[in-house]
Design a protein. Structure first.
Lengths: 140, 143
C-alpha cells in the first residue's frame, strides 16, 4: 500500500466525501431508509442466538414430557419470559427477512400488498403466540 | 426505472432481457449454495414459526387439543417435517452467525469464506444429529 499514501490512516467513513455531514449523521441511503432495517435484522439475530439455543435445548430436554410436564415447564418464570422474548425476536426477524425476499423477487404492485400483509401477519402471529404463553402461565 | 420487456417511449419494442444473476448458467458453488440455502431456510423457519404458534395455542387450549397436535407431530410425516425444520434451524443459525462475523468485516478472504462455509455445513449436520440422538435418548427411543 506504499504507492497509495493518501489512504494511510484515514478512517473508512471520511473517504465518503460525497455525502453531507447531515446525511452521514442521519445514516440513510439513497432510498431514505435501509440502515434501520439492516440494523434491526442484526439486533434480532443477536437476540435469537441465545433464545434459539435455549429453546432447542429445552425442547430436547422435554421431548418425553406429557401435557402436564410441558405446562409445568412453560409456567416457570424463565420459560415464560424466554418464550415471549423468542416470539417477539422471531417474528420481528421473520418480518424483516421476508420483506427483503419479497423486495428482491416481486416487482409489481403486488409487492406493497405482500410486504404489508407479511408484516401484519408476523405481528399478528407474535401476539397470538404471546397470548397463548400468557394463558398457559397465568391460566387456571 | 425501465422494466424488462417494456419500451421507454420512443425506441423499438424491447425484448425481455435476461435478469442478473443468471444463476441457472452457473455451476453451483459452496458460496452460492449456502447463500440460497440461508434464504430458503429462512422461509422454511418462517413457516416453522407459524407451527410454533399453533403448537403453543393448542397447549393453551387444553390437553385434548394438545394431544391432537402431538399425534400430528408424532406420526412419521410429522417427524420428517420436524427433522427438516431442525436441519433448517441449525443451518440458518450457523449461517446467521457466519453473517454476523462478516458484519464485523472479518473472514472475507476466499480461503476463510470456504473454511467458514464448510464449518457451517458440518456444524449443522452434527447439531441436527446430536439434537435428534439426545431427544430420542430422552424419550427412551420411542418415536
Amino acid at each position: 500500500m506504499d504507492d497509495q499514501p493518501v489512504c494511510h490512516g484515514v478512517a473508512p467513513v471520511t473517504r465518503r466525501s460525497f455525502q453531507s455531514p447531515l446525511a452521514r449523521a442521519l445514516g440513510r441511503g439513497a432510498a431514505n431508509s435501509g440502515v434501520q432495517h439492516w440494523w434491526a435484522e442484526r439486533v434480532t439475530a443477536v437476540a435469537l442466538v441465545p433464545l434459539c439455543l435455549w429453546f432447542a435445548a429445552s425442547i430436547i430436554a422435554h421431548a418425553g414430557s406429557d401435557y402436564a410436564g410441558f405446562i409445568a415447564w412453560i409456567r416457570t418464570p424463565l420459560a415464560t419470559s424466554c418464550m415471549i422474548l423468542l416470539l417477539i425476536a422471531l417474528f420481528h426477524h421473520s418480518a424483516l427477512g421476508l420483506q427483503v425476499v419479497i423486495e428482491d423477487y416481486v416487482h409489481s404492485g403486488v409487492k406493497f400488498v405482500a410486504v404489508i400483509a407479511v408484516r401484519l401477519c408476523c405481528y399478528g402471529l407474535a401476539v397470538v403466540g404471546i397470548i397463548a404463553v400468557v394463558r398457559i402461565a397465568f391460566g387456571g | 426505472m425501465i422494466k424488462n420487456g417494456t419500451t421507454d417511449g420512443n425506441s423499438t419494442p424491447a425484448r425481455p432481457r435476461p435478469l442478473s444473476p443468471n444463476i441457472q448458467i452457473y455451476r453451483p458453488q459452496l458460496t452460492s449454495v449456502l447463500s440460497i440455502a440461508n434464504r430458503f431456510t429462512g422461509l422454511v423457519l418462517s413457516l416453522g414459526a407459524v407451527g410454533l404458534v399453533i403448537w403453543l395455542s393448542a397447549a393453551a387450549a387444553g390437553p385434548r387439543t394438545y394431544g391432537v397436535m402431538q399425534s400430528a407431530i408424532g406420526n412419521w410425516a410429522g417427524q420428517v417435517v420436524l427433522f427438516g425444520c431442525t436441519f433448517a434451524f441449525f443451518l440458518h443459525l450457523c449461517g446467521g452467525i457466519r453473517h454476523l462475523v462478516w458484519d464485523t468485516v472479518h473472514g472475507f478472504e476466499l480461503r476463510s469464506i470456504y473454511i467458514s462455509g464448510w464449518t457451517v455445513v458440518a456444524a449443522s449436520v452434527v447439531l441436527t444429529a446430536a439434537a435428534w440422538t439426545i431427544s430420542l435418548f430422552v424419550t427412551g427411543w420411542h418415536l
